[in-house]
Design a protein around this ligand. Sequence first.
Ligand code: SAM
Ligand code: SF4
Length: 420
Amino acid sequence: MLMPGYYLWTIGCQMNQAESDRLGRLFELWGYSLADKAEDAELVLVNSCVVREHAENKVVNRLHLLRSLKNKNPKLKIALTGCLVGQDISLIKKKFPFVDYIFGPGSMPDWREIPEGFILPLRPPVSANVTIMQGCNNFCTYCVVPYRRGREKSRSIAEIGCEVAELVRRGSREVVLLGQNVDSYGHDLPEKPCLADLLSALHDITGLLRIRFLTSHPKDISQKLIDAMAHLPKVCRSLSLPVQSGDDTILASMRRGYTNQQYRELVERIKTAMPDISLQTDLIVGFPSENEEQFNQSYKLMADIGYDAIHVAAYSPRPQTVAARDMADDVPVIEKKRRLKLIEDLQKETVGKANAALMDTFAEVLVEGLQKNKWQGRTLGGKLVFLESDLPLEGCLVKVKIFKTSPWSLQAKLVNILES
Ligand code: SAM
Ligand code: SF4
């Protein structure tokens, strides 16, 4: 008998991706099979993002496209989750009456029973995303996330430990621990564990080779965490440390809780503990009232720190936020685009140079799978590496020698297999 198809349309952060993976597994348990396109499906899930207006517009367009599909195929059921839904489901139901099922970000569908013991796929990916906490308590003035995902809610170390051990038993070798602000992990739990405690607990799991986590908040990252990272060999030397701006006035009106100088001192401390650390950041250009001089502070900070990746975005006013309510969106679009391009060009140049310096060096790579006939994996610092080999390398930790570099990835030759 032909199984009904399901289709997932996901946009936004890694947390949305992790939630869609999980929902896809649930739909399979319910008897659906993955369809190639929405037109072939009987159930389409839209997992939405509204962090910027552009993303929200894409989601709304997609929902309207699905409505016309549903007019042609009345059997089609549309499900919606993610940050468009937010905490008040009734509002969104009124706005999109043609959507059949609506549930909040990070929660589970409520229109059918969840099979007992449902958590994991039979064959999880080599690098598995694990959500360790939901929500955010920070209320940066530009950000809609706390309004949509609610307050911080951590999972216990025991629960996360069981999930990770089971993922490893089923084939994962790396876990990526996810949360909007992982440095405040555990504050809401009775025993008040911290991220360093969680890392130490997971470190003991046999067969787990690597642990990553994101996103960190510069105002919350503790010395205990830095020390734990430096001393636990399975924890990758990679930190996502969003700065958002290099100017103190802008940082204060973003309500980030640190200054340019404090951020630089933090990076120094991290680099002292781990000279090989790979740093990534997020930056917003064109925040309300940001002038040329203030943008230059951001540019200079980017140039001085030498990140491995900069996720740069033009400011986009978001409903409900303090910035959208109280601050004029006064940087013209054309100027935002110019600043965006300057940062992108800088990143291409600095990452290109940093990667070029890796030419003819050796690296340890965890191979995640095949991509266009080449094995694809990541270094400890998170750099994307491609290598050719006829050996079955999926899930192996290998030593490679780099022979070609670009700002986006590295090409390497296999030296030997360290763990298979
Ligand atoms: N929790 C993380 C942090 O503290 O940076 C990131 C969460 S946020 C969902 C992801 C990124 O989207 C942010 O780092 C920020 O750069 C960007 N972002 C959030 N709100 C934005 C807005 N209103 N306009 C432009 N970019 C925004
Ligand atoms: Fe948004 Fe700030 Fe929370 Fe990150 S820390 S999710 S930017 S409010």
